[in-house]
Design a binder for this molecule. Sequence first.
Ligand SMILES: [Zn+2]
Ligand SMILES: [Zn+2]
Length: 260
Amino acid sequence: MYKTDYHIHSTYSDGRSAPEDYIGSAITAGLNEIGFSEHLTLFKDSEGWNMNPVNLAPYIDNIQALNKKTKVIKVKTGLEVDFFAGREKEIRDYLSPFPLDYIIGSVHYLGEKTVDVGPEFYEGKSIDRLFESYFDSICIAAESEIFDIIGHCDLIRIYGYKPSFDTEPLYRRLAKTMSKHNVAFEINTNGRNRPLADFYPDRRYLHIFREENVPVCVNSDAHMPSRVGQYFDEAYELLRVAGYTEMAVFDNRIRKMVPF
Ligand SMILES: [Zn+2]
Ligand SMILES: [Zn+2]
């Protein structure tokens, strides 16, 4: 079975190890491709967790060189870019000169803070409103058509807060939007290592993405080599149960579907 892991962080952003240190783990995990996706956050000062944009060109050179010298598996060059509604043109223009295999679009920021900064972000706020605005932002990110993959599309679940309403319609709307704008989603297995202790997105709704024909990838969001490909067997089994038979593979920002 063909396997990829396109959501990996190295020391170019907030991962613990250099890119070359992930290759052995990727081979052990039985992957055919590993792809790096460092955090890039435009319009904000770079902090510890995201790459300084001046390092973008050297990062791409380094990953491409690593691909050349790695014989057993393919090494793909990607990014995980923060989405900010209203800044679509600037994001697209900024990214367009760079030779990337795929771009993951993620919503970490709601306002000035990121939703995964700590549970205190949620205190004193309406959880219902937070879920609604998070899904609004993710839908706008999908509509922008800047991205090939939407990252952890319900990251707002990270600390286990639940809204008072039935969330199924949020997922239906999101899946329809992603399908219309031809963008893939990921099963992000790293949610299992976070307070949520489960994958993103909510496993109860995977069938909705299938029904709406949204392409899928399975990604670990690993920040250390030992987590490359983590929990993938379970993720693929969930996809099979939801009716998926193929997954999205990216090369030079062109998507191909391969059976799994
Ligand atoms: Zn992320
Ligand atoms: Zn990530």
